[in-house]
Design a binder for this molecule. Structure first.
Ligand code: AMP
Ligand code: GLY
Length: 413
């Protein structure tokens, strides 16, 4: 996002909080905690910031937008991101499911249970067929979903979740839902609450191992566009999901401005909502944003002025292939602080998006997280984009570097 904002015709000055070795190339990294709203406010005043783009969900769910809107001094500040009420679409799984039910939006059948309702939860489990999908109601950094293959495992899991042993306060309530069988896809909408533009869709690869095996991760790669999301499918997404979602937000007097990320399952040609997120996705952003030709600052201004519905959105008709380079051991334990070599040897057209990196005292790039950096290539076909990224990945090295060799393979025919 920072890389794209830095390309704006408006030549905006950019600050990133907290940033990493990659954002330092395009912006000034600010040593700020996005959850410390008072600190962010002070910074906005000191640097006369005109636009505040809230990237992650946590400050949105905690109400950073409401915090600024409550102060008349910030009436002209452009804020990208929904207020607390809208952010509940991500902040509470039960709220999101009840909201979908009220709007008649296709989603898996479900029920929600709180503490003391363990026996009801178990009764409900017995009405479902395996595998069982159990979700912590609150934010759990993308880790709050358990898919249990057997009933006994599901029952133990419900008990652990409700007792707070598994995801802490996030699982004081648990949503149990029907398992949907299909292929997943992420759809992104930029909306001012009334008008909207649908951004390019993407497919994320969540499992750590090739052939979608092993533990869940934040995402090991992404591809955009998604071949099965053709015009007929996307029309269904727009009519059955996007319009009813925005209509329901309006009906419930929930103002919404910013990104809405809809996680979908394609069940035999029909889209079902798995989840809402109130932000962009990672690593989908690294495949979607390079395909957007329009100026992102202009789009954010259009959002603020409530004319996003008629704003121009130019999309590059190319395939984007994004590959995540990770620390060996991720998503479990791994070593940090390893030097990353080879970045300077990459082709100029390869996008290098840092995630868990930092600069050491000598200014060398070092690993600082599980997902270290994403490489994105664009080409006219998906196989050509894949070939480029994989050739580029070979130029990068750090101790125990790992990446999946099959990102995008399932979509090539
Ligand atoms: P979520 O955090 O809600 O996106 O769930 C994490 C992952 O669990 C999703 O990306 C899906 O792979 C899987 N998942 C969630 N809900 C379902 C469901 N109802 N049926 C099948 N898989 C699901
Ligand atoms: N890639 C999934 C997410 O950002 O939640």
């Amino acid at each position: 996002m920072v890389w794209k904002l830095a390309q704006s015709q408006r030549k905006a000055g950019l600050f990133v909080a907290p940033g990493n070795a990659g954002t330092a190339r395009w912006a000034v990294n600010a040593d700020l905690d996005p959850m410390n709203f008072a600190q962010v406010k002070e910074f906005v005043i000191e640097h006369a910031v005109d636009m505040l783009v809230v990237g992650p969900e946590e400050p949105l769910v905690k109400g950073i937008v409401d915090y600024f809107q409550a102060d008349v001094n910030f009436r002209d500040l452009i804020i990208v991101g929904p207020c607390k009420a809208g952010a509940r679409l991500e902040g509470s799984k039960q709220f999101a499911k009840d909201f979908m039910r009220r709007a008649g939006i296709p989603t898996a059948a479900y029920r929600a249970f709180g503490r003391g309702e363990e026996h009801l939860a178990k009764d409900f489990l017995r009405t479902l067929r395996p595998p069982y999908v159990l979700k912590a109601d609150g934010l759990a950094a993308g880790k709050g979903v358990v898919i249990a293959s057997g009933l006994a495992e599901a029952e133990t899991c419900v008990e652990e979740m409700l007792a707070g042993h598994k995801f802490g306060a996030a699982s004081e309530k648990v949503v149990i839902e029907e398992f949907l069988c299909g292929v997943e896809l992420s759809v992104f909408v930029l909306t001012d609450g009334t008008g909207y533009r649908i951004l390019p869709e993407a497919k994320d690869y969540k499992k750590v191992g090739e052939g979608d095996t092993g533990l869940n991760t934040g995402g090991m790669g992404a591809v955009s566009p998604v071949p099965f999301a053709d015009a007929v499918f996307m029309k269904k997404v727009e009519e059955k999901i996007i319009k009813p979602t925005l209509g329901q937000l309006k009906a419930e007097h929930i103002p919404y401005s910013g990104f809405l990320f809809i996680g979908l399952m394609n069940v035999a040609g029909d889209p079902y909502v798995i989840e809402y997120n109130v932000r962009m996705g990672d690593p989908e952003t690294e495949a979607v944003i390079p395909r957007i030709e329009s100026d992102l600052v202009d789009l954010f201004i259009a959002l603020h002025e409530k004319r996003i519905g008629s704003a121009e959105l130019k999309i590059r008709p190319a395939y984007a292939h994004c590959l995540m380079l990770t620390s060996g051991g991720y998503p479990q334990s791994y070593t940090k602080g390893l030097e990353v070599k080879g970045v300077e040897g990459l082709l100029p057209e390869t996008c290098v998006f840092h995630a868990g990196t930092c600069l050491d005292k000598e200014g060398r790039i070092c690993t600082d997280g599980g997902r270290v950096m994403a490489l994105t290539s664009l080409a006219d076909t998906l196989p050509a984009a894949m070939e480029k990224t994989y050739a580029e990945a070979e130029k990068i090295s750090f101790d125990k570097m790992y990446y999946r060799k099959d990102i995008g393979k399932d979509l090539c025919r």
